[in-house]
Design a binder for this molecule. Structure first.
Ligand code: SF4
Length: 345
């Protein structure tokens, strides 16, 4: 049996650059110290897989605006509270009298809305293919239970178009650690076309250290050849979760979407269908992206063009206690993970 850990540590072939496109993988790679288990010839690069990090400032600005409207409460996950828009974060707005409620699940919005019919509760619906089915479920429950004081502000993204952007506009990636959670919903087949087009291997991996190392080994061995390897078969199938896909299709349709640092990418987002727009809190055309600290390099970090440690503010002007960009705020952000795990490579 091949000792793949020894192989990865001693690898002295051509230099290989692998991108992980999932915030949870980024966090686990740092947490498990995986870079220190690899030969210097194998580089891991974090991609645009943290939903909070890729959200543009105009989206945050819209949330800030909404929470200041009388009778409107913005409901959100904790990470979103600290991301700054053009000038303010939701935390700033809350301190100035805005109505903001943090929750752990979008479904908590149902209870809040049912308990106070005098207010409209707007959920900050950010995420990838993984979370979109939950927003479909939220709307379904709201409709079934005749709860009409719920809306969502969407910043929903899809993975294949942004991976295509990275390959086409930036290049230099020899393999992708495909996002495991996304693949549970979409199925691993969703990466076939990209793999064929760019002749790059994809490995769908689980989230344990051993599973990630196995996937890295598979990618190094397969460099230069197309192919999608499903190394997470206990959770991922080729076709994905078709029930979740149908729920998403019922409520949402593809749209162009703006990504921090990448601009608008065609068909890379999801927007509520016309017949459900009554639940939308003004999500269309929130494309502007400005306002981060002038020295912040989140845009380059998100696309793998720069390592977090190469940002001049990393660890000095920017820390998790005093973040200057979204990548240092979110627990899935590259800068945050490099900082808390003291990752060098
Ligand atoms: S270290 Fe801070 S300022 Fe630099 S790119 Fe990361 S989030 Fe932005």
């Amino acid at each position: 049996m091949i000792d793949y850990k020894k192989y990865l540590m001693e690898y002295d072939g051509p230099s290989v650059r692998l991108m992980e496109v999932c915030g949870t993988h980024t966090a686990q790679i740092s947490h498990c110290g995986i870079p220190s288990m690899l030969s210097p010839q194998i580089q891991l690069i974090s991609g645009p897989g943290c939903p909070v990090c890729v959200t543009v400032t105009s989206y945050i600005d819209r949330l800030v605006e909404l929470c200041m409207e009388p009778g409107t409460v913005v409901v959100t996950f904790g990470d979103m509270l600290r991301v700054t828009g053009s000038s303010q974060s939701l935390n700033d707005a809350k301190a100035a009298g805005g109505q903001v409620q943090m929750v752990y699940s979008p479904m908590d919005t149902l209870k809040l809305a049912a308990a106070d019919k005098t207010k409209t509760f707007v959920f900050a619906a950010v995420g990838f293919e993984t979370t979109t089915p939950i927003y479909a479920m939220l709307l379904n429950e709201a409709i079934q239970n005749d709860i009409t004081n719920i809306k969502i502000l969407t910043s929903l993204k899809t993975m294949p178009p942004v991976i295509n952007w990275v390959c086409e506009k930036q290049g230099g990636i020899d393999g992708f650690l495909a996002p495991g959670h996304v693949s549970v919903i979409t199925g691993s087949n969703i990466f076939n076309e990209l793999s064929d087009r760019y002749q790059i291997p994809f490995a769908v991996a689980g989230f344990e250290g051993e599973q990630i190392l196995t996937a890295i080994y598979a990618l190094v061995k397969r460099q230069g050849k197309a192919g999608v390897m499903n190394l997470y078969p206990s959770a991922v199938t080729a076709q994905g979760n078709e029930m979740a896909q149908r729920a998403v299709e019922k409520y949402f349709m593809p749209c162009d979407a703006a990504w921090r640092g990448m601009g608008v990418i065609a068909d890379s987002g999801m927007l509520l269908r016309e017949e459900y727009r009554i639940f939308d809190a003004g999500s269309a055309n929130l494309n502007a992206d400005h306002g981060a600290h002038s020295g912040c390099r989140c845009a380059q970090v998100l696309t793998g063009a720069l390592k977090p440690t190469e940002c001049p503010l990393f660890g000095t002007g920017c820390t998790p206690q005093s973040p200057q960009g979204a990548c240092m705020v979110s627990a899935e952000g590259s800068c945050y993970n490099y900082f808390v795990n003291k990752r060098k490579r």
